[in-house]
Design a protein around this ligand. Sequence first.
Ligand code: KG4
Ligand code: ZN
Length: 379
Amino acid sequence: MALILGIESSCDETSAAIVRDGEEVISNVVLSQFATHKPYEGVVPELASREHLRNIVPVVRAALERAGQTHESVDAIAVTRGPGLAGALLVGLSFAKAICFAVDKPLIAVNHLEGHIHAVLLEQRVAGNHQLAFPVLALVVSGGHTHLYLAEQNDNSWTYSNIGHTRDDAAGEAFDKVAKLLGLGYPGGPVIDRLAKLGDPYAVKFVSAQLKHRDRRDHGKPEEDCPHFDFSYSGIKTAALRYVELNNLRDAIETRRKELARIAQPTVDDYQRLCDQQTLDLVASFQRAVVEDLVSKTLAAAENYNVATLLVTGGVAANSELRATFEREGAHAGVAVYFPSRPLSTDNAAMIAAAAYPKFLASEFAPMDISAEAGLVLR
Ligand code: KG4
Ligand code: ZN
């Protein structure tokens, strides 16, 4: 039996968790910095680092206490090494190193994206699904990433090859930017998710990006070595901006922005009261366009690689329309589709502790001079 303390601090959530054997979440404490960044309508990296610094000790303590554990009683400390905000990552990594040094425990460095993938694997194991059908494709769709990976397992080791990524904005970033444009606040995804149900998804036409050109990073390789299934969301975001300008929505947006800023935790009724039908239709059409694009490109990649199992994970995987569409279209295509539960879709430390478990079994420990890597690549 192995108890792993996981620590996550890559963006705007400080989190710590205790996970047994990569599958039983004994505690998972997530402290969101929502209130700190709300006035800026987006994550301010400097403030994020300061908040992590303030919160890391109580969050780790709470995770240990809720699990009835101590620093000494766990078997290893796992921490996110990257990708993420450099200063934010450093807080978690330095704290994890300090614990390892003080109580003489091994350190396990985890890629945040691998954590998102293991959020699904963890819950599948809990549900009794220990043998996934391969090939396995994972879509990590979050505020910073829209990446497709083929995932392979050899004994305890997982490896990943990237077969597609966004050329510009990540899908979650587009949700956040469009919400900001419409004066709906931060983070945009959950608000758009709730409001989209109230609008007509066919009211505004958005054209999805058809990427004809190869990614510049693939130049020099033969075409068959790198069929690409790339995404692009900056066009949809710009189309939303043009719609706002052409339809003179600016004044209404400013009024909404000011009204919402006065409410600490706006409810769906507050948003609905402050949005006219045209805005709700725009929101619904935007969400439909992003969801259709994500689902069709991912399933095209799945078909190309004869994929048997698709894992959809990351903050945007919490989106209700995305889940429903993937479930429907996946069943149609004969691909088993799995998501994390909503609490494990967005950033959390349980997924970091779960991803660390195979590395623990393989004694894949990190040296104490390891550094944070803001642009860490998943392989
Ligand atoms: O995985 P995550 O918590 O952090 C990153 O690694 O980026 O993802 C955060 C992103 C944000 O862009 C947020 O707006 C989006 O996930 N998100 C959603 C939903 N919940 C969170 N997007 C669409 N629908 C949601 N329900
Ligand atoms: Zn994330």
